[in-house]
Design a protein around this ligand. Structure first.
Ligand SMILES: Cc1cc2nc3c(=O)[nH]c(=O)nc-3n(C[C@H](O)[C@H](O)[C@H](O)COP(=O)(O)OP(=O)(O)OC[C@H]3O[C@@H](n4cnc5c(N)ncnc54)[C@H](O)[C@@H]3O)c2cc1C
Length: 558
């Protein structure tokens, strides 16, 4: 039963990170014009865990607590809010079910605003929009940090546990993983829920709904992530890949009034979505969280009317009656007059024996907060010499007991930005092993150590419970077949570098291929997937935006 904060004397949660700002009287007045004031009684729930399509609430003269597991033995208060504060988090705008309940701690009044009206105000009034969006994004990060949200119960040895955890991380779904191999509570939960070991991993939602080894699409539907919307009649602009390049293309395309569809196989955000911090992005001198960049850009694209089909993987593409048609894994297809390839790249895997044996439980290709926290107190190894390896080292050093960075380079500054190399050299629990080659993974079920041989032939055996790999990227271009010209490494050739394939129909005699145009007139490529690209978020964003402009010019002259 609810025995926690029940009076106005309850202290408000301080606004340390800008997650709980107070609306000004003018902002409250703007909201009041769109909603209705309501009386609430002590212990009345404004919304409960698992509910969807709730209103947006501003607190007028009472206190409201947000609570996980309301009226259950595991109940915990997340935050408490008074006059001028507002409730909700990112899911309110994206349509996800709520991960906690909001309960009045004393009688008073609140202002309820339907979400569609709030969305409209956010678009029209940048002052309100900025306050609400920033708070919602920060609140999502806080929820992830607190481990509020869905429970994943599964063994670290199960690839499906890894898949579900990756899906949660890439989609920024607040979650908490209970490892069946060393968590007593996990075993207990399975007994209580009557789940057989072969039915794991399971996902427990809102304390009551149990999904047995759900596919990504089933999980997405249960959480209320928007269902993949693939228009039957086709669209004007099709963007394949929702990393920074695809998101920028979607924002610009949709804001230019184009009927825009974006596909992504896993989640919006791409590689950037799994990066703990994006450095060197203009306007953010102290870096920017990749997940926030991804979520913010997705929201913006949706606000301009872009449709997202996620998770939806492109498996092939062809020209069909003057339209580019992309087939998806579920057998459906989508067509468009203009297509932008923004399917990016995936990090390479090292050629070392027993790699598959330790993947995905002990070998990682990204280092976001979730992986870093899971390594708390353990020694880990990072492989690679570029900026992603440097950033992973810096992040992991905050949690791991010891981080060893192994690189082939002679000097850390060869491929890593100088400021980053200098920063990690100064970290007390970081060891750097240069001119060395990883050649062994040691351990039975889990990784115990890695072996590396340096240039002088000395073999180093380094304690490690996890290996983080950042050794370059392989382009995600398999789905293109022979549709466009690729370079020797499989990246898409564009501009002068691209030769029109035999049989390609040139739009008109004066036609000249533009900078981001592929060998197929009318198909453009942007971001990491492009041959010779800069492999940076800022570059990907710029190219995504520019590809739309070049595409529109192409259509005008075609
Ligand atoms: C850990 C890490 C840290 C980084 N740090 C920085 C940094 O600090 N600063 C910086 O500037 N850059 C950084 N980068 C690099 C930066 O993230 C990339 O340059 C950028 O994400 C490239 O964007 P993109 O949109 O071109 O491709 P991606 O980000 O690779 O996105 C491509 C998207 O396409 C989807 N996709 C692939 N194939 C298909 C298919 N067949 N069908 C549908 N969808 C598909 C993928 O799921 C993915 O979401 C970092 C990268 C990593 C991994």
């Amino acid at each position: 039963m609810w025995t926690k904060p029940t009076s106005d004397a309850v202290a408000e949660t301080p606004d340390v990170y800008g997650a709980y700002p107070r609306l000004t009287d003018a902002q409250l007045a703007a909201l009041a014009a769109l909603g209705t004031e309501r009386d609430i009684m002590p212990r009345e729930a404004l919304f409960v865990e698992g509910e969807r399509n709730c209103d947006f609430y501003a607190v007028l003269d009472c206190r409201v607590a947000t609570v996980e597991g309301y009226q259950t033995p595991g109940e915990r208060v997340i935050s408490v809010h008074g006059r001028g504060r507002f409730l909700g988090e990112l899911g309110l705008l994206t349509g996800e079910s709520v991960f906690y309940s909001a309960v009045a701690t004393a009688a008073g009044r609140v202002l309820a605003v339907p979400v569609d009206r709030l969305t409209d105000l956010v678009r029209r009034d940048p002052a309100v929009g900025d306050v609400v969006l920033r708070a919602f994004l920060t609140r999502r990060s806080i929820l992830i940090g607190l481990g509020v949200g869905m429970r994943i119960v599964g063994s670290r040895y199960s690839p499906d546990t890894g898949r579900i955890r990756e899906f949660a991380a890439r989609n920024r779904i607040p979650s908490h993983w209970l490892d069946l191999d060393d968590d007593k509570e996990a075993e207990h939960l399975l007994t209580v829920l009557d789940v057989r070991p072969d039915e794991t991993p399971i996902v427990i939602l809102y304390g009551r709904q149990v999904l047995r080894n759900p596919a990504n699409a089933e999980l997405a539907a249960a959480i209320g992530l928007p269902a993949p919307t693939v228009p039957r009649a086709g669209c004007e602009l099709l963007v394949v890949g929702a990393g920074p390049a695809g998101l920028a293309a979607a924002i610009v395309g949709a804001s230019e009034g184009m009927d825009t569809v974006v596909l992504d196989a896993i989640a919006a955000g791409g590689q950037a979505g799994s990066a703990a911090r994006i450095d060197s992005y203009p306007g953010f001198p102290s870096g920017l969280s990749g997940a926030e960049l991804a979520r913010g850009a997705e929201l913006q694209a949706r606000q301009f009317g872009a449709q997202f089909a996620v998770p939806a993987q492109a498996v092939s593409a062809e020209l069909d009656y003057g339209q580019w048609t992309v087939q998806l894994t579920d057998g459906t297809s989508v067509s468009a007059g203009l297509m932008i390839i923004a399917s990016g790249a995936r990090y390479r895997r090292p050629a070392v024996p027993r790699l598959e044996h330790f993947e995905p439980r002990c070998v990682f290709y990204a280092a976001a907060q979730a992986e870093a926290v899971a390594c708390r107190g353990d020694p880990v190894v990072v492989l690679g010499a570029g900026n992603p390896a440097g950033q992973a080292t810096a992040l992991l050093s905050r949690y791991a007991s010891q981080v060893t960075l192994i690189a082939r380079d002679h000097d850390l500054g060869e491929h890593m930005s100088r400021y980053l190399a200098d920063r990690i050299r100064l970290l007390p629990n970081v060891t750097i092993l240069l001119r060395a080659e990883l050649d062994g993974l040691i351990g039975d079920e889990t990784l115990a150590a890695v072996a590396a041989t340096d240039q002088s032939g000395v073999r180093h055996v380094i304690d490690a419970r996890a290996l983080f790999v950042f050794i370059g990227a392989t382009p995600c271009t398999g789905w293109l077949g022979e549709l466009v010209a690729l370079d020797a490494n499989g990246f898409v050739r564009t501009g002068q570098d691209a030769e029109a394939p035999i049989g390609a129909v040139l739009p008109h005699t004066s036609w000249r291929r533009s900078a981001l145009e592929t060998s197929q007139p009318g198909i453009f490529a942007a971001g990491d997937v492009r041959s010779g690209s800069t492999k940076r978020v800022a570059a990907a964003v710029g190219e995504g935006a520019m590809a739309v402009r070049l595409g529109l010019e192409f259509l005008q002259h075609a």
